[in-house]
Design a binder for this molecule. Structure first.
Ligand code: PGA
Length: 251
């Protein structure tokens, strides 16, 4: 049984003090998460404060990126060891904004995934197509390629620890979400791709989220689908009310 997993990607929002306030609100709103695993992924600068506030709660901490080396002369980068030391359990890797604005490649994503796993961090690997790629009928081939390259060379035993987030780029921050049926279809393809690489048993354990304009109003539509195991939430994770309503979607 795959436990549903809702993660908040705060992107480049919230100073450390704003982050503290948001988590205090989430603590009050999410005393019982009803069998749903929950994580928040603040900017690096707020991780320490958020970790402090999350002590004694069920809410997990995640980062939004990492570099694959443990330490060294890599100005501006943050290592898996540093994230682990702060109490991170998850790390988002290969978000479309990193691919688009910072030129991150599938090969770099693969290195980051391996580094995360090597240091006991669970990667949330983002994949998804642009509108032009979707209109050109390339969604399936592109997403399959992104998954294959991200997971290349992983040890089979480690694969169940990873999470994949299917985020169609045209649905991110646009208010235009995909629908349950379409997202379920691509997520099914992702699971079959993992099965092709590591076997059906392993693929059946991997949690695959949908992301892109998830809101309290549409979370049920996605969670009702057989292949969709949760959501990676951007904009709606920045307020207590909307994020808590998404986490408590079953109630
Ligand atoms: P959104 O972002 O919910 O604001 O569309 C999702 C994401 O980029 O992870």
């Amino acid at each position: 049984m795959r436990k549903p997993f809702i993660a908040g990607n705060w992107k480049m929002y919230k100073t450390a003090s704003e982050a503290r306030e948001l988590v205090q609100g989430l603590r009050r709103a999410l005393t019982d998460t009803k069998g749903v695993e929950v994580a928040v992924c603040p900017p690096f600068t707020a991780l320490a404060q958020v970790a402090e506030e999350l002590k004694g709660t069920e809410i997990k901490l995640g980062a939004q990126d990492l570099f694959w080396e443990e330490e060294g002369a890599f100005t501006g980068e943050v290592s898996p060891v540093m994230l682990k030391d702060l109490g991170c359990e998850y790390v988002i890797i290969g978000h479309s904004e990193r691919r688009q604005y910072f030129g991150e490649t599938d090969e770099q994503v693969n290195k980051k995934v391996k580094a995360a796993l090597a240091h006991g961090l669970k990667p949330i690997i983002c994949v998804g197509e642009t509108l032009a790629q979707r209109d050109a009928g390339q969604t399936e081939s592109l997403v399959r390629e992104q998954v294959e390259k991200a997971l290349a060379g992983l040890e089979r035993e480690r694969v169940p620890e990873i999470v994949i987030a299917y985020e169609p780029i045209w649905a991110i921050g646009t208010g235009r979400s995909s629908n349950g049926t379409d997202a379920n279809q691509v997520i099914g393809l992702i699971r079959r791709t993992i099965a092709g690489m590591f076997g059906t048993e392993v693929a059946a354990e991997v949690r695959i989220q949908y992301g892109g304009s998830v809101k309290p109003q549409n979370i049920k539509e996605f969670m009702a689908e057989a292949e969709i195991d949760g959501a990676l939430v951007g904009g709606a994770s920045l307020q207590v009310d909307s994020f808590a309503a998404i986490v408590l979607y079953q109630v």
